[in-house]
Design a protein around this ligand. Structure first.
Ligand code: NAD
Length: 253
């Protein structure tokens, strides 16, 4: 069987790295990415499979084009794009500023769209099984206080997935999303380590545990596989049950 050629944005640590690792275990050929130089991730993954690193800032159209052009040049073919590089903004509503909006939307939305555009241009008409996976969030569906920029940027991913799925269907490219709940990564660790925060979050998660990056990797492999060949335009929430929970009528203890 030919190996899948997979490129993953923002994949030197956290969820993106775990997705890369899950594809590496399947023997996929990889290109990983960050805006910063990588000293470790590609070397570690390179012990499992062919893995290249491309430094590119995914918050600009030129960065997105650079990443896809280089990934295609290194692998000679692209089957899967995982749009993962994202950032979080948590600020009091009255302190919101334009540059916070631009920073989050450029990376969380614009980068995803233009990486998808550049990727789809590399997929050959006769190619089978190409797909794009966009990492959204439970915040694509439900809002958090003081998170209006992040929430709305992740809400946009819900429609980006559907819109890309419709626009790229006739090229045989499937597009799906993953919406993680709370996952312990360098992005969330600082917040999780604040006094009382971890316990408060765990109490609200039906499965009673904070997610791990590896909980997301297997789902990405599945969505990119032939087992998912009739799935397009969908978001898969991997959240320990957060989104499923309704208010409880049990009296307070
Ligand atoms: P993280 O900060 O731990 O890792 C982000 C990765 O992206 C790193 O490899 C970083 O180097 C890279 N990156 C950052 N800015 C970049 C840029 N401009 N260009 C290219 N690469 C860049 O983040 P994470 O927690 O692993 O989150 C990954 C994705 O998952 C994000 O889209 C985030 O919104 C989403 N998400 C995370 C959680 C969570 O609880 N951690 C929950 C829901 C959704």
């Amino acid at each position: 069987m030919t190996k899948q050629c997979v490129c993953i944005t923002g994949s030197t640590h956290g969820i993106g790295y775990a997705i890369a690792e899950a594809f590496a275990k399947e023997g996929a050929r990889l290109v990983i990415n960050s805006h910063e130089a990588d000293t470790k991730a590609a070397k570690t993954l390179g012990k499992m499979t062919e893995c290249h690193f491309v430094q590119a800032d995914m918050s600009s159209v030129s960065g997105a084009n650079t990443f896809i052009e280089n990934a295609y040049g290194l692998l000679g073919k692209l089957d899967v794009l995982v749009n993962n590089a994202g950032t979080f903004t948590d600020v009091d509503f009255d302190d919101l500023e334009e540059q916070m909006f631009d920073r989050a939307y450029n990376l969380n939305v614009k980068g995803y769209l233009f990486a998808a555009k550049a990727f789809s241009a590399k997929v050959k008409p006769e190619q089978k099984g190409a797909s794009i996976i966009c990492i959204g969030s439970t915040n694509s569906l439900a809002a958090e206080k003081n998170s209006v920029i992040y929430d709305s940027s992740k809400g946009a991913i819900l429609m980006l997935v559907r819109s890309l799925a419709i626009s790229l269907a006739d090229r045989g490219i499937r597009v799906n999303g993953i919406g993680p709940g709370i996952v312990e990564t360098p992005l969330t660790k600082l917040g999780l380590d604040q006094p009382g925060v971890r316990a408060a979050l765990v109490a609200q998660i039906p499965l009673g545990v904070i997610g791990k990056p590896e909980n997301i990797g297997g789902a990405a492999v599945f969505l990119a596989s032939s087992n998912a060949s009739y799935i397009s335009g969908q978001m898969l929430y991997i959240d320990g049950g957060i989104i499923a929970r309704q208010l409880s009528w049990d009296p307070m203890p």
